[in-house]
Every structure is written in structure tokens, then in C-alpha cells.
Write a protein of this length. Structure first.
Lengths: 249, 348, 488
């Protein structure tokens, strides 16, 4: 269970999240929707521990463990995976190298054995196939020269390989055409399980047609102003965020 | 204030030699073996070949800047500083002079600076330009001096936060010609463009030297230099961008591209980055080559003869620098100059 | 990737300069200081032919009239040339015939450094593992050259330069000083006067050298300058790959290393020269460390010859080094691949010269500079094309990476073109280690140090790929170790 209590986050002294409270039980998929500038991406970054995103109040725990006093890589090893809205390009580091280095670093931190090269390759091949990723692409430097859709598929490939316990998907649908969206959502849906929670951050309802949430939360001006079932997303799609902007002010 | 290395045409001991790194490719001691004659009275009536409508005109005759600031005050922000230097046959005549220009906070000044002359002379002028906060400064320079003249034109530009500078230098070279700009970048939103283009022929020597010092945060510098050399001409481009410790957020880019149109012409390029701050984006590029054979073929396939195609492409090569001039009157004046110069490139 | 994993382990394990130990052996020194008698002493010690002594004395005379260069972006306390030993050698009888005759302390040193001197040890290794013939130079003297007999079968001569002067004087005389003349520069003149040893390689026409050749240089003695001289000749159609590694003990005073390397490639010959330079860099405050003032030059004398320099520079307090190619033969090719990493108070001014003289000559320069700490890292490179070098082409890519607020990175290219039919292209960038990339890698589970190592290795990858496999792994480790503690 991801449990966030009264979280306040500032970026360069500007408060973005302002007393956000949220709980996502294991096995559930929650969506966070909200207008531009509401603090959606900030929530993902703050939970992952991005520098310059300073938590000025509140708590965040995962399965009872305090997340906020851990380093970025320790949160990752604890099972938190942030799928970036704009995945970074890493020149000179082949995607396979990056992935295997990350996987083994996490396993080492958890006191597990490293994955052998043949096992690793076998798994990567399977996952890559399901995501329609060519193995040759994995030999190229990570994300360098990849299209928007390819980058998002690489994010899903990494999450499938790293097997995190909790996923935060930050605007995963942005920059995807309808075919790519389907491939990516199928990949994410394949990871749904009773012991894995997900937080889907999105501006549009479209993604939620593919990744069906158990709950939907509306984030405006740094806090959750309304929570409901999947129908809330359809409502937002039809009526926009206008009625909530007053609530937050 | 930015300081220039002391140089006095009439004191040979002040001449730099090739061992001085900054003058490695332009050996003044060799170009000026004898001290020029001072105060020689000459009375040739020189007429400028340029035109700039709507500009107040101030003539600097033989390095004499007296009255420049009065002319600036009366100019309504558009000033043509017309340098005319004269020489005679026999011993070389020397002209030397310096002046300071100031642009107040929030003010704008557009300067058209031309250098023309007649006969063999040695000229050394220094212009100190001081720009206020959020000021705008456009400086378009055309160097069109006689091929037997020696000319050293040096300038310093001191900026303040928010200043916008666009300088473009166009040169046809001279026996020995050097144009220096030392710019002190105040950052904090100040933006600087230091462009240049040269078209050199015969035995012309032209040295374009720029020094930009970023001492403060968030400064932007962009440099585009395009050049052509033919015959036995020599082009030198020395560009240095220095980013001092703490000048984070600096964005500086420099690009020098040149064509050598025949064997025996020379290009010496030294584009330098000197960086002491880490949060910066700096890049330089330098390409030297021959005229694009494919483009030549394409033009000829469309019916141009070789000379026409060559003239067209060489002219086109330096065009981006003229195109970027943010003043229509001066752009037209420069285009005229380039068209005239490029004609010589039809046949190589 | 195994290499990355190894890098990380090594980083975790090591805290200081790994090779900083001193070996305690009996040494023989010439008196301190430099004069014509010292030059004569060195020459006599080595039983050199008379012409060699003459060349040395001429170089010494020339050196006396020269001035130490000061144009590089490096600041250092000038060397007191009269306060150095110019000859230091492990005390021994004649030249060692086998490993048994070598001081066991020296053998231990090389063992500690992980350098295989025992052929049987190498041979007993994994089947199919590449073989390396090694010339080990300890202070001023070559102590052993391995695999000589096997090389001899293919006609390759690989020995110390002293031995070559005795055994193959005509070959040495023909080529020594023909690429780097004694008057070339201050340090080259000094080297010509006092060089004590180094490696000599001759690969006969049409022969592909059957194994990698390598030399390990080790400075051990105190107050000793090291002046080795390397000469490699690849005759027509020959191929050789040569590796060079260097280490030195940790000492508080600066030590001078002024080597000269000359490469000659005749028609269709191909020389690949790789260096992993890990001299002691001094401590974080800039105390101690090696002054690495080296002249390396290749003469692509024959048509279609090719020389490729690859260097990984992580050590030395001050580096002044420009491995160059004179592209004299038509269609000859010169390459320079460089990684220069500086940290602490290190200063490096390094790059290359590509001198295009022949027709259709090509050169390629890839330089990756990484600066951290309070260090200064300068790329300085010249590309020139003579009027007759029609069709000459150069491509230069020069990238600098800055880690931290107190380091400096400079790029000083010189381009000189005198022909219409040349194409020169130079691109340079300077950026800092991206915090966003660091965060991204850390979000996927890498610690900060692991993330830095991964990103930096990615930054230098284009050059690492040019190194022979074994060296690439070593180099990757070195890069990571050199940058330890540079972030955070």
C-alpha cells in the first residue's frame, strides 16, 4: 500500500503540492487527473526523490516503510518505478547495458543474486517481443534517436524487466498514436496483479479506456479535490476541470 | 571596462610579433617594418561608395574622431560613422585615433560603420562602446579598404544586463587588416550576436578576432562567421568564448564556415572555448572546404554557365550573415557590397 | 555489462591511487645534475656506438639554448634540471637472460601491477586468450622482454632500445630522430640527450605481428627523471598493435617524465598505438605527481599507410602531450582517439596534430575530456593541409564534460588550410553531467556513484571501443576510479 499523508512539496521555494493525501492499496490502479500545472508530475517526482523537489511537510510510506528518507536508488530498489513523461536519452550506454546494470544494482541492494547473462537475455527477448521492440534497438544507446513511441515502449520494457512493486505512470500516453498506445497499455495491463499497485497520471481520459482504473482522483492546485470510481474520468472528459478550479481557490 | 593590449603605430616596440599567441597568424612586425610617418598633410577628396538613408553621417578622416559624441547626440539613434583614410606614394602615412560611444539604459543605437580609403596607409583605430541596461545596439561594419593599406581596427563592447547586441562585420580585406572585438558579456538576459563574413582575393590578409567574456549568469552568445578566399589571400578567424567561474546558464555558440576557392589561398582558424563554469551549453563548429560540387552541377544542369553558378553559390554562401541583419536599410547596403564583391568570384 | 559491474566494484574497493607503493631494491644512480659528462656516462653505461653519443651531445648542446615552452594552459613549479638523477637502474650483473636473474622485488612489483612477465604464466592461461608480449621498463632500464623467441620466428624484433642499439644499430640509426628531430622541442631535445631505455619494434615487410606488443613503464626511484625512447617501424604492408601502460609510486615531490615515441609506417603499413596512462596524479591538494611532458609522433611515410593513436589519460599531475601524425604518403590515414580525465588538482593540455602533406590523406580526431574537482583539462589540436594535399579530409569531434563547479575545460583547435580541395570539419561541445540523466539512472536503481560511472563511460564509449578488449576494461575502471567522489 502506498500511503501519502498531507504531503507538501516545493520546487525552488514554490509550493506545488499542498497537503495531498492519497492511499493506493496493493493490487489497485488509481488514476490522478487534473489540469495543467496542478502538480501531477510533481507528485511522481517527489515520490521518486528527484533533486530540487523538496518535501516540506507530510509523509509517504510504502508497505509501511518510510519512502522519503530513502535515496533515489533505494526507493527504486524498494520497488517504486516512475515511468517518465519524457524519458531521458543516455548517449553511449546501450539500452541492454543500462537495463542489466539497473537490474543488478537493485538486486544487489536487496541482497539478491545477480541475474546471469543468458537468463537476462532470454527474459529481455520475451518482453521485447511482446512490446514489438526489435532486439537491435536494444543494442543502441538508450533512447538516443528513438521516437516518442519507442521511448515509451522502452519505459514499459524496463518496468517489465525490473518487476517493481509499484508503478507511477506519468503521462504515459503523451506523444503516442493509437497503435502505440495499445501496445503500451497492453504491456502495462500485463503487469497488473494483486500485489502490485499503480498510479496513472494523465491529463486525458483516453488512456483510461486502455488501463482501467479502480479509482480516479482529481488533483487541482496541489491537493486531491475529489475522488470517485471510473465514471469520474468520463465526467471530467465531458465537463472539464472548470468546476474544480473554484474549489481549490 | 575591457582593456586592449597597448598598441601604438608610432612605437615599434609596442608591435606584437608572431610569438605572441594572439597575433600568431597576423604578424604585424613583418607587415609594418618601418614606423609610419605622422602628421603628413594630405588633401584628397574621398567619396564613399556606400549609402544609408535616414542615418546621420559622421566622417572620421584619418583617424580623427573629434565631434563624434556631438554627432551621436544629434543622430536620433541612427548613426553612420564613415572612416576615410588617405595615403600617398612614398613613405607610409600612419593614422591613429580612438573614441568612446555610450548608449544609455533602455536606449537603442544603430551604427553603420564603414572603412574606406585611398593609397597606402597604416591606420589604427580603437572604439570603446559602453552599453546601458536593456539597451539595444546594432553595429554593421563594412571594411572596404585599399588592397595596399594596413588597417587595425579594434573595439571593446561593455554590456549591462538585458542588453541586446547585434554586430556583423563584412570585409574585403587589405594588405593587412585586422578587426578585433572584445566583448564583456553582462549576462542576466543580455543577448549577443557577433557575426562576420569575408570575401578575400589577391594578396589580401584579413584577421577577424573576437573575444567574448561571460562573467555573469544567463548570457547568450551566438556567432556565425562565413568566408571565402581565393588567389593568394589569407583569412584568419580567431574566436574565443570565455566563461568565468559562476557564469552558469551561459549559452554560447560559435560557427565558422569557409570556402577555399583555389590552391594557394589560406585559412587559419582558431575557435576557442575556455570554460570555468559547469552549468553551461557551449559549442563551436568549424568547417573548411571547397564549393559544393553537387550544387555546382545542379546549377549547371539548370542552364547556368560555370562562372554564373560559381558566382551564385559563393554569394549564397555568405548570405546568411547579411540576411540576419535586423535593419532593412543596412541590410540593403550590405547586400550591395556583397553583390559587388561576389562578382569577382564568377571566374576562379 | 560485466565491465560496468567491475567498475562499480573497483570504485567501491579503492580509495586512493592503487599503484602508489614503492619497491625497495638496490639501485645504481649517476650523480645528480646534467652536463655533457652525464650524457657521456649514460652512453658509456649502455655501450653505445659512437654516432649515438654524438647525437646525444648535439641534442644536449641544442637543449642548452632552448626554453621550456609556456604556451600550454598548465601552471607548475618549474623543474630544477640540476636536481634530478638522469640515470637510475636496478643493480645487476649483465642484462638478464631470464626471469630468474631479475631482482625478485621487481617481479613482485609487476605482479602487484597485474602485468604478466612470465610467459609460461600467460601461456597457462585460458585457451584462446590473447597473448601479449611485454617489455617492462623499471625506472630507466628495460628489465625483461617476453615472447622474444616466438616473435623472432615471424621476423619481428621487439626488444629494449639499448639492446637494439647493440644488435641492430643500422636500423636504429636509419630511423631514430627521423620523426622527432633532436631540435623539435625542449623536452624532445632533453630526451635525446639523456634517454636511458625504452622499446624498439621492427616489423618486416608483409608481416602481421602475431600478438599484441606492450610496454609497462614504472617510475620507482626518487628524484629521478624518466626519459624513455620508443621507436616502432612497420615496414611495407606490416601490421602491429602496441600498448603502453604507466604507473608510478605516490611521492610528495613532482617527478619528470619526458618520453619520445617515434612511429614510422611505410607503404601499406598499419600501426595501432594505445596508451593507458595512469602515472601518480598527486594528492587532492596538488602535492606531488608526475609531470608528463611527452612527444609522440608518427610519420605515415608510405602511401596508404595508417597510424592510429588511442590514449586514455587519467594520471599525472601535469600532462603536456600531443600524439601526432605526419600524413606524408598519399592516401595515408591518421587517427587520434583520446579520453582525458582530470580530477583533484590535475592539469592536462593534450591533443594532436594532423599534418596533411600527401594527396587524399584522411584524419579523424575524437577527443573526450572529463574534468572534475579543481582540475583543468584542455584539448589542443592542429589540423593542417599543405597546398599539395589535395583531397585531404579531417573530421574532428571534441567533447568536454564538466563535473562540479570548480573545474575547467578548454578547447583550442588550430585549423590551417592551404588547399582548395580539402574538407575539414570540427565540432566541439562543452556540457555538464546532466542532473536529469543522473536522476533517471538512479530512479532505475543505480547509486549516485554507479550512475556517474555509467554516464561517463557512455560519454567516452566511442573512444573505449578503439582500445584492444583487455585494455578497454582496464580503462573503463580507471575512468571510474579517477572520478571517485567528484559528485555530491
Amino acid at each position: 500500500m502506498l500511503s501519502i499523508q498531507n504531503l507538501t512539496v516545493a520546487v525552488d521555494t514554490k509550493t506545488i503540492l499542498n497537503g495531498l493525501t492519497l492511499a493506493v492499496p496493493n493490487g489497485e490502479v488509481h488514476a490522478i487527473m487534473g489540469p495543467n500545472g496542478a502538480g501531477k508530475s510533481t507528485l511522481g517526482y517527489a515520490l521518486a526523490g528527484r533533486p530540487n523537489y523538496s518535501v516540506t511537510g507530510g509523509t509517504a510510506t510504502f508497505n509501511g516503510e518510510d519512502l522519503l528518507d530513502k535515496g533515489v536508488h533505494e526507493r527504486a530498489a524498494a520497488g517504486l518505478y516512475l515511468s517518465f513523461q519524457y524519458p531521458l536519452e543516455i548517449p553511449g550506454v546501450p539500452a541492454l547495458t543500462f537495463l542489466r546494470t539497473a537490474l543488478n544494482a537493485q538486486r544487489k541492494l536487496r541482497g539478491e543474486d545477480e541475474v546471469s547473462a543468458p537468463d537476462f537475455l532470454r527474459r529481455v527477448r520475451e518482453v521485447a517481443k511482446s512490446l514489438k521492440i526489435d532486439m537491435d534497438m536494444l543494442k543502441r544507446p538508450l533512447n538516443v534517436g528513438f521516437s516518442g513511441g519507442e521511448k515509451k515502449r522502452m519505459e514499459v520494457l524496463q518496468m517489465a524487466m525490473l518487476e517493481p512493486k509499484f508503478l507511477i505512470l506519468d503521462e504515459t500516453d503523451s506523444g503516442l498514436d493509437i497503435d502505440a498506445l495499445k501496445v503500451v497499455s497492453d504491456g502495462v495491463n500485463a503487469l497488473r496483479s494483486s500485489d502490485r499497485g499503480m498510479l496513472v497520471i494523465t491529463h486525458y481520459q483516453r488512456l483510461l479506456d486502455h488501463i482501467k482504473p479502480d479509482k480516479v482522483h482529481v488533483l487541482v492546485a496541489g491537493r486531491i479535490v475529489k475522488s470517485g470510481g471510473p465514471e469520474l474520468a468520463l465526467e471530467l472528459e465531458a465537463r472539464g476541470y472548470d468546476e474544480y478550479l473554484g474549489v481549490a481557490a | 571596462m575591457t582593456q586592449l593590449m597597448p598598441l601604438d603605430l608610432f612605437d615599434q616596440s609596442s608591435y606584437p610579433n608572431r610569438r605572441v599567441e594572439e597575433w600568431k597568424y597576423s604578424d604585424l612586425s613583418r607587415a609594418l617594418r618601418e614606423i609610419p610617418q605622422k602628421d603628413k598633410v594630405i588633401n584628397v577628396d574621398l567619396v564613399s561608395r556606400f549609402a544609408a538613408q535616414g542615418f546621420a553621417v559622421f566622417t572620421v578622416r584619418n583617424g580623427n574622431y573629434d565631434g563624434l559624441n556631438e554627432a551621436l547626440a544629434a543622430s536620433n539613434g541612427r548613426l553612420w560613422i564613415r572612416h576615410l583614410d588617405e595615403g600617398v606614394t612614398g613613405p607610409v602615412v600612419g593614422h591613429q585615433g580612438r573614441a568612446v560611444l555610450q548608449v544609455a539604459d533602455d536606449q537603442s543605437l544603430t551604427v553603420f560603420e564603414t572603412y574606406e580609403g585611398q593609397g597606402a596607409y597604416a591606420a589604427h583605430t580603437e572604439l570603446g562602446i559602453s552599453l546601458g541596461q536593456n539597451s539595444g545596439f546594432i553595429r554593421i561594419v563594412v571594411l572596404d579598404e585599399p588592397l595596399n593599406a594596413l588597417s587595425i581596427r579594434r573595439s571593446t563592447i561593455d554590456t549591462k544586463p538585458g542588453a541586446k547586441v547585434h554586430q556583423a562585420v563584412f570585409s574585403a580585406g587589405a594588405q593587412f587588416s585586422r578587426f578585433e572585438t572584445h566583448l564583456n558579456h553582462a549576462g542576466h538576459g543580455a543577448e549577443v550576436t557577433l557575426d562576420g563574413a569575408y570575401l578575400l582575393k589577391g594578396k589580401a590578409h584579413f584577421d577577424l578576432t573576437t573575444r567574448v567574456t561571460h562573467g555573469e549568469v544567463d548570457g547568450v552568445t551566438s556567432q556565425t562567421i562565413r568566408g571565402l578566399v581565393k588567389d593568394q589571400a589569407t583569412a584568419v578567424f580567431q574566436g574565443r568564448i570565455l566563461v568565468e567561474r559562476g557564469a552558469d546558464g551561459t549559452d554560447a555558440r560559435m560557427r565558422h564556415q569557409a570556402l577555399i576557392l583555389n590552391d594557394g589561398a589560406h585559412i587559419r582558424a582558431k575557435p576557442e572555448l575556455e570554460i570555468y563554469a559547469d552549468d553551461v551549453q557551449c559549442a563551436h563548429g568549424n568547417t573548411i572546404g571547397a564549393l559544393d560540387e553537387e550544387a555546382m552541377f545542379f546549377c549547371q544542369a539548370r542552364g547556368m554557365d560555370e562562372a554564373t553558378a560559381r558566382g551564385l553559390l559563393t554569394h549564397a554562401f555568405v548570405m546568411p550573415v547579411a540576411d540576419a541583419i535586423p535593419d532593412e536599410v543596412l541590410k540593403a547596403a550590405v547586400l550591395d557590397f556583397l553583390e559587388h564583391e561576389a562578382e569577382d568570384y564568377h571566374a576562379v | 555489462m560485466a565491465a560496468v559491474k567491475e567498475t562499480i566494484d573497483t570504485v567501491a574497493k579503492l580509495e586512493t591511487y592503487e599503484h602508489g607503493f614503492v619497491t625497495d631494491i638496490e639501485m645504481e644512480f649517476a650523480p645528480k645534475g646534467l652536463n655533457a659528462d652525464i650524457v657521456r656516462f649514460i652512453s658509456a653505461k649502455k655501450n653505445e656506438p659512437a654516432w649515438m653519443l654524438e647525437m646525444r651531445l648535439a641534442a644536449f648542446e641544442r637543449w642548452l639554448t632552448m626554453e621550456e615552452p609556456d604556451w600550454a594552459k598548465v601552471n607548475y613549479t618549474r623543474v630544477n634540471y640540476q636536481d634530478l638523477y638522469y640515470y637510475a637502474a636496478p643493480r645487476k650483473k649483465a642484462g638478464p637472460k631470464s626471469l630468474d636473474e631479475i631482482d625478485p622485488e621487481i617481479l613482485k612489483t609487476y605482479e602487484k601491477l597485474g602485468i604478466p612477465l612470465k610467459e609460461q604464466m600467460v601461456l597457462a592461461g585460458v585457451e584462446g586468450a590473447p597473448k601479449y608480449a611485454v617489455d617492462a621498463v623499471f625506472d630507466s632500464v628495460s628489465v625483461i622482454t617476453t615472447f622474444k623467441d616466438e616473435l623472432k620466428k615471424s621476423g619481428v624484433i621487439f626488444c629494449s632500445i639499448s639492446e637494439a642499439l647493440r644488435e641492430h644499430p643500422d636500423l636504429v640509426r636509419q630511423y631514430l630522430g627521423s620523426v622527432v628531430p633532436v631540435s623539435d622541442n625542449y623536452f624532445a631535445a632533453l630526451n635525446a640527450a639523456v634517454f636511458s631505455d625504452g622499446s624498439f619494434v621492427y616489423v618486416p615487410p608483409g608481416v602481421r605481428c602475431p600478438m599484441e606488443l606492450s610496454t609497462y613503464f614504472r617510475i620507482n626511484a626518487e628524484n629521478t627523471g624518466q626519459f624513455e625512447r620508443t621507436l616502432i617501424i612497420a615496414d611495407k604492408g606490416a601490421y602491429v598493435s602496441y600498448l603502453e601502460g604507466c604507473t608510478a609510486p605516490q611521492r610528495d615531490e613532482n617527478q619528470l617524465h619526458a618520453a619520445v615515441v617515434e612511429l614510422v609506417a611505410l607503404e601499406d603499413a598499419n600501426i595501432k598505438y594505445s596508451t593507458v596512462q595512469n602515472w601518480y596524479p598527486g594528492d587532492a591538494e596538488g602535492k606531488g605527481g608526475i609531470y608528463n611532458f611527452v612527444t609522440k609522433r608518427a610519420d605515415c611515410r608510405g602511401a596508404r599507410s595508417k597510424v592510429s593513436w588511442t590514449q586514455v589519460e587519467t594520471g599525472s599531475a601535469v600532462t603536456w602531450k600531443y600524439p601526432s601524425c605526419i600524413l606524408r604518403g598519399d592516401d595515408s590515414v591518421g587517427e587520434f582517439y583520446s579520453i582525458a580525465v582530470t580530477n583533484g588538482a590535475q592539469q592536462a593540455d593534450t591533443g594532436t596534430k594532423m599534418i596533411h602533406l600527401g594527396k587524399n590523406t584522411r584524419s579523424r580526431i575524437i577527443s573526450k575530456g572529463v574534468s572534475a574537482g579543481r582540475s583543468s583539462n584542455t584539448y589542443r589540436g592542429l589540423v593542417s593541409a599543405h597546398a599539395k594535399a589535395t583531397g585531404a579530409r579531417n573530421f574532428t569531434q571534441c567533447d568536454s564534460l564538466l563535473i562540479g563547479k570548480t573545474c575547467a575545460a578548454h578547447t583550442v583547435p588550430y585549423v590551417e588550410a592551404d588547399t582548395a580541395k580539402a574538407q575539414f570539419e570540427h565540432e566541439a561541445t562543452t556540457t555538464r553531467l546532466s542532473e536529469d540523466q543522473l536522476f533517471y539512472a538512479m530512479q532505475r536503481g543505480l547509486s549516485q556513484e554507479e550512475a556517474v560511472a555509467l554516464l561517463v563511460n557512455g560519454f567516452v564509449r566511442d573512444v573505449l571501443q578503439e582500445l584492444p578488449m583487455e585494455f578497454a576494461v582496464e580503462a573503463q575502471k580507471l575512468v571510474a576510479i579517477s572520478l571517485e567522489g567528484s559528485v555530491g
